[in-house]
Design a protein around this ligand. Structure first.
Ligand SMILES: Cc1cc2nc3c(=O)[nH]c(=O)nc-3n(C[C@H](O)[C@H](O)[C@H](O)COP(=O)(O)OP(=O)(O)OC[C@H]3O[C@@H](n4cnc5c(N)ncnc54)[C@H](O)[C@@H]3O)c2cc1C
Length: 417
């Protein structure tokens, strides 16, 4: 069973063409091959060389199909090898891609490389583009984003203490980070560091992002922090007198916080569209099971009212999450202030995703938590999303602050906004 994607009459032809072409590749080439592409990874220790080689070949074949269809790297501008999509086009494409967890990687979008690529595009110099962005886009390099610290609350970036001091032509970095995703495979990290602010003569310290190659002396990977009971590549890293050239800094000194906001703000909308695509998959799986599984003397599950409730509640969760996210994406596209909506979807969508997958698991019984279906992975992913990119409570505080500010200034909330 594939996803059912038809043109949406209110969208322009170009967006519909991208949606349909993407769905065609996912339905034809990815969904029937999910087991061979990555199903074996759940028991990778026992995977034979043949299984690995077949997966690699399959990946390359699909990537070539994607490139021939001009659907490679939807997150990048054309001059950097991407599709050059508008914000909305990219958001709609993500919904389709996320129907099959992992499909985005076959279209050139692999986190955290994709976020780093966008930061390099916006803040990098031509030399940095050549040295770091190009190999990242060609797939010959990997990267990580190193911001969160074990001893300071990640939800308050003002608390970060990793420091970079200028010594001649070099930055000297000292600090302790963790949850640097892709940390083992990365060739370099973009590290969030506190630096003296040149504009204020060093009186206030702001954040600067600095590129640190992993093999630099003083970069000590302590461990991959186990997540959900498994080893992971979310690494704890100590930066001990790490020296990198001054030209490894991204953008002007002190612009690191803004760069992180640029990365996370847009990223949150894309992540929510991903969650919605995955919700559709969980929904299709759930309804499919309800219409085929027989219980108690031959009645189908779909005939039970508890189960019908699952269908109705999941449908409402998906539609409300989807409309909120598209509303927010439209604001981003038109340049309206999207901050309240970004925080609102960042809270609402992962929670709705969590509920939808939870019901699908319940319907599938034991199979729901098995490695034979994508539901267990989705469930953990949905829960994790309530923490990553800013936890729920912090976004609630921000929504309330933005709305109250409006009311205190004598305005009420505009219904259409
Ligand atoms: C799987 C995964 C991958 C990640 N990948 C990366 C990565 O690649 N790079 C990276 O730098 N980081 C990464 N992170 C870290 C993530 O960004 C942080 O976990 C997140 O920012 C929260 O920070 P924290 O864990 O320090 O929680 P804390 O900041 O300690 O917050 C703990 C809890 O307190 C709540 N809280 C905080 N302030 C308030 C308040 N004022 N009122 C009420 N409640 C409050 C929060 O909402 C949260 O629920 C990853 C995390 C996970 C789980």
């Amino acid at each position: 069973m594939g996803m059912n994607v038809k043109p949406i009459p209110t969208l322009d032809d170009e967006i519909n063409e991208i949606r349909l072409a993407t769905a065609d590749i996912v339905n034809t080439h990815v969904l029937p091959n999910e087991g061979r592409l990555w199903g074996w990874m759940a028991d990778s220790a026992n995977a034979t060389n043949e299984v690995r080689a077949e997966a690699k070949q399959l990946r390359e074949d699909i990537q070539n199909t994607v490139k021939s269809a001009n659907l490679w790297a939807p997150h990048l501008p054309r001059e950097f090898g991407g599709m050059g999509l508008s914000f909305l086009q990219h958001a709609y494409m993500n919904e389709i891609l996320a129907y099959s967890p992992g499909a985005a990687s076959l279209f050139g979008v692999v986190a955290p490389n994709s976020g780093n690529q966008k930061i390099l595009v916006k803040y990098g110099t031509p030399e940095q583009h050549e040295q770091w962005l190009k190999p990242l886009t060609e797939g010959t390099m990997q990267s990580g984003f190193s911001m969160t610290e074990p001893h300071n609350p990640g939800s308050d970036p003002r608390s970060l203490t990793t420091r970079a001091e200028l010594d001649g032509d070099e930055w000297v970095i000292n600090g302790h980070k963790w949850f640097t995703s892709n940390g083992h495979a990365a060739d370099f990290y973009i590290v969030m560091c506190r630096t003296a602010d040149e504009d204020s003569g060093g009186k206030t310290d702001k954040m600067t992002q600095i590129i640190v190659p992993k093999d630099t002396p003083g970069v000590n990977i302590v461990r991959g922090v186990p997540v959900w009971g498994r080893t992971s590549s979310h690494c704890e890293i100590i930066y001990d007198n790490v020296r990198v050239p001054k030209e490894n800094q991204l953008g002007r000194t002190g612009t690191g916080h803004q760069a992180a906001q640029d990365r996370l703000g847009a990223g949150r909308v894309y992540h929510c569209m991903n969650s919605i695509g995955s919700m559709w998959r969980a929904f299709d799986l759930m309804v499919d099971r309800l219409t085929t599984r027989e219980v108690h003397g031959g009645e189908k599950l779909e005939e039970k009212q508890f189960m019908q409730g699952f269908i109705a509640e999941s449908y409402m969760d998906i539609q409300s999450a989807r409309l909120m996210t598209i509303h927010c994406a439209e604001k981003m596209e038109t340049g309206a202030d999207p901050r309240t909506d970004i925080s609102a979807i960042k809270i609402f969508v992962p929670a709705a995703y969590h509920r939808v997958v939870d019901r699908a698991i319940q319907v599938w019984g034991a199979a729901g938590v098995s490695g034979d279906l994508p539901l267990a992975g989705m469930y953990q992913g949905a829960r994790t999303l309530r923490l990553a990119d800013g936890p729920d409570e912090v976004h609630k505080i921000l929504i309330a602050k933005l709305i109250l500010r409006r009311y205190h200034s004598g305005e009420t909330w505009d219904f259409g906004n």
